[in-house]
Design a binder for this molecule. Structure first.
Ligand code: GLU
Length: 479
């Protein structure tokens, strides 16, 4: 079977992290099988469109490395198929169902539908379209229906759901699903403004685009029986379905804005590497079947299998994501990271810094931070000479510490950074000159020279800062 999959977002907002995972699973599945991945914009609900949302979603997908293999060309890449450009097609297809008796006209007003729901609620039954009580083709009769249509009376087209049988399908993640027909609503297919609903457009497109596997979020599982009925109504074979589990907060609530960052652009702005985020998200709900945790996109493609997507909701562990990002930070080429960090350093006023110097600083500091950008702040004492980070009482304490002053005077005269060994010797001698033990000297010395209490190995830090700048800092302290 030719594998053809699609990612079908609605442009109702920015790309959600869960949608990135859905897109990613489609992409990995397509690549794994040498298939085709399509982007389809589902913008049938004109009331929920958000300006710029689709461009943002496409940009976020591209940033994450999710690409497409078919569709109209947009700026050198495959762009999306857009449902709002295909409305005629869906109307024609609704006509097919009206003609073969699997769909029908209904003329109920919003008030009539509200009253129906109120009645149902009062009677304690689940709200669904009451075909035998409402104003539709069946209750009005053919002649009256035709008259209303000729008069241009507002109407919708609904799916005629068979009430007395079951609808069955097999989901690659959820297994066999069986739903009784009487539990399925007579779904509106064409709205009164003539626009199709998601359900009609989605099924028509999946068929016409020859989609082999529908891989989408679990929230669409309840819609799937309707879709299966639609395929039947058209006389088409349905695709294979795979509904991927929800992403949950660590407290098992649904991931939403209230709990933190949920949009891909938030993660990007915070400084996560796209490959780290992709690696992490891929493992939220999918088990690679091996013990390793680090997977490049190529490796994900190689290992991905829908059979190992879990049923249960997947916890999105922000702490683990931070850890993973930090791991990626320590494994990337420092020179390339320097190219990314340089503009940030320039923004912080370090205008004339060299790439090699930045790369060396990254190597020195990266094990202590989560994000590359943290290094710009954390390493201020390496990149620049403005050391204003000490609290004033701490600075005063250092200034008034006469033993420390003596030791610093000594090291000012004898600083030797030619090797780790010689630095150790001169630091011990300086400590002795001030009447301090070496252990009592290193921390205040670090504070004098870097204005930080902690940091990378002091010798390596000072080597990077350079003898000259170290001496200038000692002078500033002693002055
Ligand atoms: N437009 C739907 C969404 O935004 C797509 C659902 C599907 O993949 O069928 O999630």
């Amino acid at each position: 079977m030719d594998v053809r999959v699609r990612f079908a977002p609605s442009p109702t907002g920015f790309l959600h992290i869960g949608s990135l995972r859905t897109a990613l699973y489609n992409f990995l599945f397509a690549r794994h099988h040498g298939g085709v991945m399509i982007l389809r914009v589902e913008d049938t609900d004109r009331t929920r469109l958000v300006e710029g949302a689709m461009d943002e979603q496409i940009a976020s997908l591209a940033w994450a490395g999710v690409t497409f293999d078919e569709g109209p060309h947009v700026g050198g890449a495959y762009g999306p198929y857009v449902q709002s450009e295909r409305f005629d097609l869906y109307r024609e297809h609704a006509q097919v169902l009206l003609a073969n008796g699997t769909a029908y006209y209904a003329f109920d007003t919003a008030e009539e539908l509200d009253a129906m729901r109120t009645r149902q609620q009062a009677a304690g039954i689940a709200p669904r379209y009451d075909r035998s009580a409402m104003r539709n083709q069946f209750t009005l009769g053919e002649a009256e229906t035709q008259r209303l249509l000729d008069d241009g009376a507002p109407h919708v087209v609904r799916l005629l759901v068979p009430l007395t049988r079951e609808v069955r399908f097999t989901d690659m993640v959820r297994g066999d699903v069986v739903v009784a027909g009487r539990e399925i609503d007579d779904q509106i297919l064409l709205k009164s403004d003539g626009f199709p609903t998601y359900h009609l457009a989605n099924v028509v497109d999946d068929h016409l685009m020859r989609i082999s596997h529908v891989i989408r979020a679990e929230e669409w599982l309840p819609s799937t029986p309707k879709h299966v009925l639609l395929y039947e109504a058209f006389g088409w074979a349905p695709p294979i379905f795979a509904h991927v589990p929800l992403l949950l907060n660590p407290d098992r609530s649904k991931m939403s804005k209230r709990h933190g960052d949920v949009m891909v652009r938030d993660f990007r702005a915070r400084g996560y590497f796209p490959d780290a985020l992709v690696n992490f998200v891929a493992l939220c709900g999918w088990n690679p079947g091996s013990t390793g945790e680090f997977f490049s996109m190529e490796e994900l493609i190689q290992h991905f299998a829908l059979e190992r997507v879990q049923k249960a909701g997947a916890i999105f562990d922000y702490k683990k994501l931070d850890w993973m990002n930090a791991q990626y930070l320590t494994s990337k080429d420092p020179a390339q990271l320097a190219d990314v960090l340089l503009p940030l350093l320039q923004e912080r006023g370090h205008a004339y810094i060299e790439r090699d110097y930045v790369a060396a600083a990254i190597k020195l500091l990266r094990e202590r931070v989560t994000f590359l950008a943290d290094i710009a702040e954390f390493g201020d004492y390496i990149f620049g000479d403005t050391l204003a980070t000490l609290a004033s009482d701490v600075a005063q304490g250092l200034r008034e510490n006469s033993a420390l002053r003596k030791a610093c005077e000594h090291i000012r005269a004898h600083l030797d950074l030619s090797s780790a060994e010689s630095f150790k010797t001169c630091a011990s001698e300086a400590a002795a000159a001030g009447g301090l033990k070496p252990g009592q000297f290193m921390k205040p010395l670090r504070m004098v020279l870097t204005h930080r209490e902690v940091g990378a190995d002091l010798y390596e830090t000072l080597t990077l800062i350079g003898t000259e700048r170290c001496l200038a800092r000692l002078d500033a302290y002693l002055a």
